[in-house]
Design a protein around this ligand. Structure first.
Ligand SMILES: NC(=O)c1ccc[n+]([C@@H]2O[C@H](COP(=O)([O-])OP(=O)(O)OC[C@H]3O[C@@H](n4cnc5c(N)ncnc54)[C@H](OP(=O)(O)O)[C@@H]3O)[C@@H](O)[C@H]2O)c1
Length: 317
C-alpha cells in the first residue's frame, strides 16, 4: 500500500511517499481502508520531534513510528478475530494518537477503543476532521466538571481546529460563549454560535474587566497570572495548547487546581457522544482547506503556520 513515511525528524519535506506492507489487524483491531484524514498540530510536532522531551517516547535519535497521521475516516476492510462490534463495509472514524499513528496511508489497523461508526450525515472528509480536535475541545471543556447552563465560558483560539469545536460544544451545553480570535475570523466565530467576540489584535481579554467561569485556552499563549485575572471567583481554566516550553511549564508548575494543562485521549465513548451531537445538528465540523493524499506535506506546512480557519482535511485519492 502507499503511505507517507519519515525516517528522521524534520520539516514536512522530510515526508516521502513509499510502498509499505499493508497491516494485518490484531484480534482487537479493525483494518480500515482510509478514505480521508485530517491534519493536526500533533502531526507537525511529531514530524519535527518537538518539543525535544517528546523524543523520549517518540524515539530519541529517529522516529519509532514511520507513518504519521492521527485522524482518519474510512471503511472497515477486515476485522480481528475478537471483533464483534464491526463488520467489513462499516463506515468509521478514529484517532490513532495513543496507538502509534499511521493514518497517512491507504490502510491502517485501528484498536477498538478509539473507533466509532462515522456520523451518517458527514462526508468522510468531514468525519476525519472530528476526532482529535473535537475530543480535545470536549475533554478540555469538562476537565473541571460538566458545564452548567448560563455559565460564562471564554474560548481562546476560537477558530482553530480545537476552538471551532469548543465554541459549538459550549453553546450546546447552554453556556454564554465569548470567542477570542483575529479580525478576519470574527464572522466565522459568530456563525459557530459565539455570543460575544474579542479581537485579540485590539483587545486583551485578560484586561477587559470581564470575568469567566471557565476559560478554554486552545492556544496556550497566556501566563497563569493572565488567566487567573480573567477568572470569576471560583472560575477555572483548562489549557490544551502551548506556544513555548515556558508557557507549558508555567501552566504545569504554577497552575494549581484552578488552571490545568489538559492532554486529551480519544475514546470510542467520546466519539459516540460527538456522533450524537452531530446527528442532533448541534456540532458540525468546519473545513478550511482540502488537500489530496499526495499533498499531505503541503497540508502540514499550511497548518503549521498557526492560522487555519478550523480544520484542514485530506482526501485519500
Ligand atoms: N492537549 C491536547 O490534547 C491537544 C490536542 C490537540 C491540539 N493541541 C494543541 O492545541 C493547539 C491548537 O490546536 P489546533 O488544532 O486548534 O490548532 P490550529 O488549528 O492550528 O489553530 C490555531 C488557532 O490559534 C489562533 N491563534 C493564533 N494566535 C493567537 C492569539 N495570539 N490569540 C488567540 N488565538 C490565536 C489562530 O487564530 P487566528 O488565525 O485568528 O490567529 C488559529 O485559529 C496546538 O498547540 C496543539 O498542539 C493539544
Amino acid at each position: 500500500m502507499r503511505a507517507f513515511i519519515y525516517e528522521k525528524y524534520g520539516p514536512p519535506e522530510t515526508l516521502r511517499m513509499a510502498e509499505v506492507d499493508k497491516p494485518a489487524p490484531n484480534a482487537d483491531e479493525v483494518l480500515v481502508k482510509v478514505l480521508a484524514a485530517s491534519v493536526n498540530a500533533a502531526d507537525w510536532h511529531v514530524l519535527r520531534g518537538k518539543p525535544l522531551f517528546s523524543r523520549a517516547t517518540l524515539g530519541l535519535l529517529r522516529p519509532k513510528h514511520k507513518i504519521l497521521g492521527v485522524d482518519i475516516a474510512g471503511q472497515v476492510e477486515a476485522v480481528g478475530s475478537g471483533v464483534t462490534r464491526f463488520m467489513p463495509g462499516d463506515e468509521v472514524y478514529a484517532n490513532l494518537l495513543d496507538h502509534g499513528y499511521g493514518g497517512f496511508a491507504e490502510y491502517v489497523a485501528v484498536p477498538l477503543d478509539v473507533v466509532s461508526l462515522k456520523p451518517a450525515s458527514l462526508s468522510f472528509e468531514e468525519a476525519a476532521a472530528v476526532p482529535m480536535a473535537a475530543v480535545t475541545a470536549l475533554q478540555g471543556l469538562r476537565h473541571h466538571g460538566e458545564l452548567q447552563p448560563a455559565q460564562q465560558v471564554l474560548i481562546n483560539g476560537a477558530t482553530g481546529g480545537v476552538g471551532s469545536f469548543a465554541v459549538q460544544l459550549a453553546k450546546a451545553s447552554g453556556t454564554e460563549v465569548t470567542a477570542v480570535t483575529s479580525t478576519g475570523n470574527l464572522d466565522l466565530v459568530r456563525s459557530l454560535g459565539a455570543d460575544h467576540v474579542v479581537d485579540y489584535a485590539t483587545t486583551d481579554f485578560t484586561r477587559s474587566g470581564r470575568r469567566y467561569d471557565l476559560i478554554l485556552d486552545t492556544v496556550g499563549n497566556r501566563s497563569v497570572p493572565d488567566l487567573r485575572r480573567a477568572l470569576a471567583p471560583g472560575g477555572k481554566a483548562a489549557v490544551t495548547g502551548f506556544t513555548s516550553m515556558r508557557r507549558l511549564l508555567g501552566v504545569s508548575l504554577r497552575g494549581g487546581k484552578d488552571i490545568a494543562q489538559v492532554q486529551a485521549h480519544v475514546t470510542t465513548e467520546d466519539l459516540e457522544l460527538l456522533s450524537e451531537l452531530i446527528a442532533a445538528g448541534k456540532v458540525r465540523p468546519q473545513i478550511d482547506r482540502r488537500y489530496r493524499f499526495a499533498d499531505i506535506p503541503a497540508a502540514i506546512t499550511y497548518l503549521e503556520q498557526g492560522h487555519a480557519r478550523a480544520k484542514v482535511v485530506v482526501a485519500m485519492t
